[in-house]
Design a protein. Structure first.
Lengths: 197, 162
């Protein structure tokens, strides 16, 4: 979206123009949803969070100063919402884990995003690199995960990622490296590249 | 890089040194993948890829994972996403967020109201004026002279005619 179009859209949003809001959501819904989904790895949560992202944009459009690209501001809101949701789900999962720790299923590994993590041998049997990568992605620390999503999935520049996350570019690169290494180790432990499964 | 490959050739290695070598290799893979190596470093790296099958295999796996990330299927938002967001905004704000647009799309038809008011006022005025023309009754206070002049006690009375 060009900056002129950005400005026009922002002006209309500030005037609480419903058509402008529809245009905004139509333009960015899939991008925002994909980012949030890849961070959360759960469609239902992703849909809820993506809706909250657009509501936040609409409520706080007056706070957009235009220093950065509108999309950068939007993705910052999206990653913040996703990060907060992960924290919330982690807290909830910990509580549930405590509640069920006395039950026979208590030794099951708990994924903060819902469901149980399959054990490595089952992952290897899954025989799908894509699934293993997505699983590995969801196992990364949240601050690492969002950088991998922004860089390796959304293909954003380091400068954009720096503006979105509020981190220095050096920190972004460092975290990206750590995240890639962790992901590589996760995948290599579960996928045999020689046999292709 | 050269130092790393030389170190790897020296066997056996302690676990700590092995970790350091792995990390150095990962750093190299990452830097090459990102295009951060100098021309000379890049040449050395590519020569190592040609010479060392294990090194090549490790790098191919790294690239395979990176490619796998980039080719993860794009996840689309549901079809009714826009409507859901709008209804959520309306519900939470009780319609205030889209106030201007609401006034524009469903504003009161002032022109029609003004016309109706004019007609009503005209009708009201006409109804108020109407008794003066046709409905007003006047009193006839003429005295009937044929009546006895006994002070009215014997039956003199004023009559009114419609």
């Amino acid at each position: 979206m060009s900056s002129r179009r950005d400005r026009k859209l922002v002006r209309a949003l500030r005037a609480r123009d419903e058509d402008a809001f529809r245009e905004l959501v139509n333009l960015y819904q899939h991008k925002v949803f994909n980012i949030v989904f890849r961070i959360l790895n759960d469609r239902q949560e992703a849909e809820d969070v993506a809706q909250e992202v657009f509501i936040t944009v609409f409520k706080h459009i007056d706070q957009f100063r235009g220093d950065a690209k509108f999309s950068t501001w939007l993705y910052r809101i999206a990653t913040n919402h996703a990060r907060n949701r992960i924290k919330y789900l982690s807290r909830r999962a910990r509580k549930q884990h405590q509640d069920i720790s006395d039950t026979p299923e208590g030794d099951m590994e708990v994924n903060p995003l819902g469901g149980a993590v399959s054990r490595p041998d089952k992952q290897a049997q899954a025989n799908q690199l894509e699934e293993i990568i997505q699983e590995g992605l969801s196992q990364l620390q949240s601050e690492h995960r969002e950088i991998v999503v922004l860089r390796d999935i959304e293909n954003l520049s380091y400068q954009e990622i720096s503006e979105i996350t509020g981190l220095a570019e050096g920190t972004v690169k460092s975290r990206l490296f750590r995240a890639r290494v962790a992901l590589k180790e996760f995948v290599q432990a579960r996928y045999d590249f020689q046999e292709g499964s | 890089m050269t130092q790393a490959s030389q170190n790897q050739d020296q066997q056996p290695t302690s676990p700590g040194l092995l970790d350091a070598l792995h990390e150095e290799q990962d750093l190299l893979f990452n830097a090459y993948f990102e295009g951060d190596l100098t021309a000379q470093e890049r040449e050395e790296f590519e020569a190592k890829l040609d010479e060392d099958d294990g090194f090549r295999r490790d790098y191919d796996e790294f690239v395979g994972i990176m490619s796998g990330l980039r080719t993860l299927p794009f996840e689309f938002a549901p079809d009714d996403f826009v409507d859901k967001v709008e209804s959520r905004i309306r519900r939470r704000s009780k319609g205030r967020f889209f106030a201007e647009n609401y006034l524009y799309t469903s504003r009161v038809p002032y022109e029609v109201i003004a016309l109706v008011m004019m007609v009503v006022m005209a009708a009201a005025w006409m109804m108020m004026e109407a008794p003066r023309d046709s409905g007003l009754r006047t009193a006839d206070l003429t005295i009937d002279k044929s009546a006895p002049r006994d002070g009215g006690q014997s039956g003199e009375k004023a009559t009114t005619k419609p």
